[in-house]
Write a protein that binds this ligand. Structure first.
Ligand SMILES: Nc1ncnc2c1ncn2[C@@H]1O[C@H](COP(=O)(O)OP(=O)(O)OP(=O)(O)O)[C@@H](O)[C@H]1O
Ligand code: NI
Length: 348
């Protein structure tokens, strides 16, 4: 029954009870002068309400483009969604097909139901307005509060994200704040309307280690308090165990493994995940903050992805068939998926 239902339910995509997001076989390509950049090429992932999913992978693997596609923030680029579906449950409990939603409706959803934060807070903050004006404005628009009430809510949000002396800071312009403070303000702005899903794209990469730990603790705290789901994008596998319930490992525009953090980190089923884990420096403090030492070889070009398994050229376990047959994402168990022809026989 489930099988025929899946076929019938292509549009609108179905969402199981308790799930907030389901991305299925997503393909987002950029049509550039150099050719077609297949930035996201078969990404499948899902998220339960209140859950945190980390997306981890090397630079250029398609993590940000996946987030931007869910937010539908690619309009000003050459990027187009050429396949797949994104189902999202709105706060009214309605299942929405985000890829088919009219732009006006999507605009209402952004901020109200889904918010995204970035590495660089200045990309979200307007340098011309005080932080208080920006947060209050968002509360006014999305929640219909009057000026006084919106200002009060902005103040309590600033307090919640750990900004001391919010009465003074609410009048500051973004450039008058430190990097860590600006990141807190961006989080407050994202929380202003109580989103059900927060997409955090490397929110701590630009910060020093101490501030990074504070921001991670803050994100975990607000995530639990507001009972929102979170997608935490990072190239730093060390952070994954700290923030996430589940992890999706991306390689060359695809999810190659997805599962509960404890399972994936302790018993990875994909050779790429194993390689990533082996690259984590053993020292607690990683002087250059990169988190990972590179795996030998290069990520294949998204202009011309290889045949077969995307990872085969760098994989110590590759067999001839790995260069010819593209593996599907298969279920290791009910909660854990892997995209490798040899997963059943390998002990990693
Ligand atoms: N606007 C764009 N036009 C053309 N290509 C793009 C555009 N944005 C991203 N890409 C390409 O899409 C691919 C995936 O990029 P993406 O930013 O998603 O990687 P990422 O995994 O987030 O990497 P990083 O860790 O460096 O942020 C890359 O090859 C990138 O060059
Ligand atoms: Ni990115």
């Amino acid at each position: 029954m489930a099988r025929s239902e899946t076929l019938l339910a292509e549009r609108p995509p179905a969402l199981e009870p308790g799930r907030v997001l389901a991305v299925r076989d997503l393909q987002t390509f950029f049509f550039t002068e150099a050719g077609v950049v297949k930035a996201v090429n078969g990404v499948t992932l899902g998220l339960a309400e209140g859950e945190t999913l980390a997306i981890v992978g090397e630079s250029g693997s398609g993590k940000s483009v996946t987030g931007l596609t869910v937010m539908r923030l690619l309009a000003r680029t050459s990027g187009r969604v050429v396949g797949g579906s994104v189902a999202f449950r709105s706060r009214d409990g309605e299942t929405l097909d985000l890829l088919a939603l009219p732009e006006a409706q999507m605009q209402r959803l952004r901020g109200r139901d889904i918010a995204m934060i970035f590495q660089d807070p200045m990309s979200s903050l307007n340098p011309m307005f005080t932080v208080g004006e920006q947060i209050a404005e968002s509360i006014r628009i999305h929640k219909g509060r009057d000026r006084r009430a919106a200002r009060q809510e902005a103040l309590s949000l600033l307090r919640e994200v750990g900004i001391s002396d919010p009465e003074a800071r609410i009048r500051a312009y973004p450039h008058q704040l430190s990097g860590g403070m600006r990141q807190r303000v961006m989080i407050a702005l994202a929380l202003a309307c109580g989103p059900r899903l927060l997409i955090a794209d490397e929110p701590t990469t630009a910060l020093d280690v101490t501030i990074q730990a504070q921001i991670i603790a803050l994100l975990k705290d607000v995530q639990q308090r507001h009972r929102m789901a979170m997608i935490f994008i990072t190239h730093d596998l060390k952070l994954v165990g700290e923030v996430a319930d589940r992890v999706a490992v991306m390689y060359a525009s695809q999810v190659v493994e997805e599962g509960p953090v404890a399972d994936v980190l302790a018993a990875p089923r994909h050779p790429y995940t194993r390689a990533l884990l082996d690259c984590i420096p053993r020292r607690d403090y990683d002087a250059d903050h990169t988190g990972l030492k590179p795996i030998p070889g290069l990520l294949p070009s998204p202009l011309d992805p290889p045949e077969g398994c995307r990872f085969h050229a760098r994989c110590t376990f590759a067999e001839p068939r790995c260069a010819a047959v593209e593996p599907a994402l298969e279920a290791v168990d009910a909660a854990h998926d892997v995209r490798c022809l040899r997963w059943r026989e390998l002990s990693l």
